[in-house]
Structures are given as structure tokens and as C-alpha cells.
Design a protein around this ligand. Sequence first.
Ligand code: SAM
Length: 243
Amino acid sequence: MDIYSNPQLYDSIHQNYKWDLELIKTFAKQNRGSVLELASGTGRLAYPILELGLDYTGLELSRDFLEMANKKLKNSGKFIFGNMIKFKLKTTFDFIFIGFNSFLHNLTYKDAKSCLRCVLNHLSPKGKFLLSIFVPDPEFLYRDENKLYPVTDFFQFENSQCRILETNDYDPESQINKVTWYIEKNGKMSFKKYNYSMRMFYPHEMDILFQEQGFIIEDKFGDYDLSPFGQESDMQIYLCRKQ
Ligand SMILES: C[S@@+](CC[C@H](N)C(=O)[O-])C[C@H]1O[C@@H](n2cnc3c(N)ncnc32)[C@H](O)[C@@H]1O
């Protein structure tokens, strides 16, 4: 089962994920104007933008997630169906962002290029683009394939105390990591499996991608607290503009 087909489960898992909200809010505030979020999910990152009273559009591929976002926020934000790899909207935006590792759902270098090209086409002349992904970690990628690793804290879902455990299978050739999630409910493993895949993008690849597609990297941060990017950083967070 696709992990992005169950918005209730997604929201239950991520209800306390708040560490990136301030970062998104800071840059949306600096740029003012209209905002486009790619892979907007169930609207988690739309809240801080809407709190600022900005004009927000979210683009999302999962119809189930779109429906949930619309249910929660339809009177304030605009949520539209679309694919970040290829989209054409009739307007440009002053701030475009893709948070929470969603860029890694571009499973090939070609798709990533196409996604960035679409972003560039939708950025107003002085607009800014923010992209936030983790730095690939060999300890996480090269794990025992037969072992289950806990990935979340405990959370409430369907009247049970739950947590997620996962296995993964990384192919260094394609740089794609296939992840399978299992839910433990009240201490018992459920048989349902949820899958998703992410392509790992290393910092040097991102530098090239941005340059190739016509962006200038204005700032590169290593964490949500806006500390500078360095060798030990877990995150790669880019603030870009058009060349
Ligand atoms: C990790 S979630 C992030 C959702 C939301 N931005 C958040 O921070 O909670 C990744 C999202 O990317 C969406 N997604 C995956 N591939 C996509 C694509 N090609 N175009 C648009 N959205 C996509 C998924 O459906 C999912 O909602």
C-alpha cells in the first residue's frame, strides 16, 4: 500500500512534527507575496503560511491527501492536483518551497531537473525558492534488510498506541531507497505494509542541479535552526533565486 493513500495515518504520525514550521514561516514572511508549496500533502506546512495571511497554493499528487487538506483548510488555502515533475500553472509566485524531504520523490536525476525547471518557470523575477532535504546517511541506507528499525515515537491512531517500524532496501546504482513501514498497534505488529521510495541526492549533486537549471544558491543551511551547512550537517536546506 502507498503510504500517501492514508491521510489519517499520516496526520496521526506527524501531529507533533513542528521543527520545520518556523523555518518556512521565516522565509515566507521575508518574501511576502504569493506562495506555492510543492508536494503539500495534507496541509501541515500550509498552516504557518496561512497564519501570515499570505496567498497560498499547494500542489499535490495524492488525491486522498488533497481531499484531507481541502477538508481542513479549504476556506483559506488553495490545494490543487499536480505532479511536481511537470506542472504548468497560469501564474508566478514570490516564494516557492518544497519541504520535508519531498524533493526526494523525484526518483531520477531527469525528474529532479524537470521539477527544478518547472519551479524556475513559476518564480517571479525577484522570487525565492526554498528546498529542504536530509543528507544521505550511509548508516541508515546500508542496514540489515531483515531487521525492523523503529522510526517514530509513539502516537495515537484508531484508538491504539502505535509506532512505525521499517525495513529498507537501498540500491546504490539508482540511488533509490525503498522503504517499507509496518505499524505496531498496542505492542502488536500489524500485517499491513506501507511503501515509499526516495532517491538520495548528495549535496554536490544539488549544487550542479541548481546551477544547470538556472538558479543561484543564496544560502545553504545545515539545519532547521539556520546554522550554516557543513561536513557534519544532517540537513541540506537551500535558499535560491533565478540567475
Ligand atoms: C513527506 S510528504 C510531505 C507532505 C507535506 N509537505 C508535509 O510536510 O507534511 C511527501 C508528499 O509528497 C507527495 N508527492 C510525492 N510525489 C509527488 C509528485 N510527483 N508531485 C507532487 N506531490 C508528490 C506525496 O503525496 C506526499 O504528500
